[in-house]
Design a protein around this ligand. Structure first.
Ligand SMILES: CC(C)(COP(=O)(O)OP(=O)(O)OC[C@H]1O[C@@H](n2cnc3c(N)ncnc32)[C@H](O)[C@@H]1OP(=O)(O)O)[C@@H](O)C(=O)NCCC(=O)NCCS
Length: 159
């Protein structure tokens, strides 16, 4: 049976791999603003807060985080979208990946790879058949190693 918690040991610490809860929202907003190159701009904070709050509670957003002794150091978010059914994906449910970020000091330890692998197992149990993403140049080979395939407009994996 799949658990929504896992542990990962890297050097000196044990990282908790878990789904995000509402108390993680400030860190999700911080990472989102860094990714959008608006780290010091607080003008959209309430909009981001409402988005994460409502989409986490109605489960249209699934977020996995790596938690190092209470500090969220890495996130991967999946927006769950329902398209028309396809033969290879009868539910029509597709996860679009966003807000993929690891704090610089924690990079290249396999954290996002672990988050995505855990998330894939979990998304499968929810009947989701495909994951899509637009990759940064930095992340492309990591996604390829995870089995994502480069398409015309996006990378994807059937799960
Ligand atoms: C891209 C990013 C999310 C990767 O996060 P990460 O936690 O470092 O990811 P991983 O450690 O799983 O994988 C990154 C690389 O480290 C390598 N790696 C994993 N464990 C390792 C280890 N123990 N020792 C050395 N290298 C390791 C992986 O093979 C991968 O290598 P590659 O890029 O050459 O393919 C992170 O660098 C980041 O936040 N970048 C800025 C934002 C960004 O680009 N986001 C992605 C948007 S699509």
């Amino acid at each position: 049976m799949h658990s929504s918690h896992a542990e990962m040991s890297g050097g000196w610490s044990i990282m908790l791999i878990r789904k995000a809860v509402t108390t993680d929202i400030p860190q999700l907003i911080k990472f989102r603003k860094i990714l959008l190159c608006h780290e010091d701009n607080s003008s959209m904070d309430e909009i981001f807060r409402n988005y994460f709050d409502s989409s986490l509670s109605d489960k249209s957003l699934v977020v996995w985080v790596a938690d190092d002794e209470g500090v969220v150091v890495s996130t991967v978010c999946f927006c769950i979208c329902r398209f028309a059914p396809r033969f290879e994906n009868p539910s029509g449910l597709v996860a679009y990946t966003t807000n993929v970020f690891t704090i610089p000091d924690y990079r290249r330890q396999g954290i996002v790879s672990k988050l995505v692998s855990e998330a894939i197992d979990d998304l499968k149990t929810q009947g989701i058949g495909k994951i899509l993403l637009h990759s940064s140049d930095m992340a492309k080979s990591m996604y390829e190693n995870l089995g994502f395939v480069e398409g015309k407009n996006y990378m994807s994996i059937n799960i």
